[in-house]
Design a protein around this ligand. Structure first.
Ligand code: URA
Length: 209
């Protein structure tokens, strides 16, 4: 069964408070999401494999460690996932970026794929699906399903805030997926917003309503 990690680093929690605050404007909101994404990337890359190399320091020859070159892929779910992507790329600039666009069918209320553009070698990559808000889990479940259908084998899910309902839904649909969060909130309200949450992540990132 996949694990759920909540990153309780003080810097992440501090910045998340200002992200949640409704008086935080678009510019600051975007900057804070970017910063938290970088800090989360630091935590999420903890288990990247290393290999030993030999180098010459000014003093002597030494063995030291470098990343073993694991191929990574970032998959933001459009559009709010874009708000976290650059922050992660700050730490792992060699990662390739694929995009998945989903909309909710007004009749069935199910997510429908309208755009998918992925690195050609996704089956060899460790993919991080990015969506700031894990509410019902519908979009994340569909995006992960879409990646698996195209051959992806290693997938993680990274969100800022999740509702317990969304976490349970992802665990049930994709028991192999680890989920990384900055906060696990109380619940969903009747309109599908996470409580206490931060409102609509896409609208707050891009100043729309
Ligand atoms: N999507 C958002 O942007 N916010 C929520 O609270 C739930 C889903």
């Amino acid at each position: 069964m996949g694990k759920v990690y909540v990153f309780d680093h003080p810097l992440i929690q501090h910045k998340l408070t200002f992200i949640r605050d409704k008086s935080t404007g678009t510019k600051e909101f975007r900057e804070l999401v970017d910063e938290v994404a970088t800090l989360m990337a630091f935590e999420i890359t903890r288990d990247l494999p290393l290999q030993e190399v030999t180098i010459d320091t000014p003093v002597e020859t030494a063995t030291s460690k470098v990343l073993a070159g694991k191929k990574l892929g970032l998959i933001p779910i459009l559009r709010a996932g874009l708000g976290m992507t650059d922050g992660i790329l700050q730490l792992i600039p060699a990662a390739k970026v694929g995009h998945v666009g989903l909309y909710r069918d007004p009749e069935t209320l199910q997510p429908v794929e309208y755009y998918v553009k992925l690195p050609s070698d996704i089956e060899e990559r460790e993919l991080i699906v990015i969506d700031p808000m894990l509410a019902t889990g519908g979009s994340a479940i569909e995006a992960i399903h879409s990646l698996k259908k195209r051959g992806a084998k290693q997938i993680r899910l990274m969100c800022l805030i999740a509702a317990p309902e969304g976490v349970e839904a992802v665990k049930e649909a994709h028991p192999d997926i680890d989920i990384y969060l900055a906060a696990l909130d109380e619940k969903l309200n009747e309109k599908g917003y996470i409580i206490p949450g931060l409102g609509d992540a896409g609208d707050r990132l891009y100043g729309t309503k």
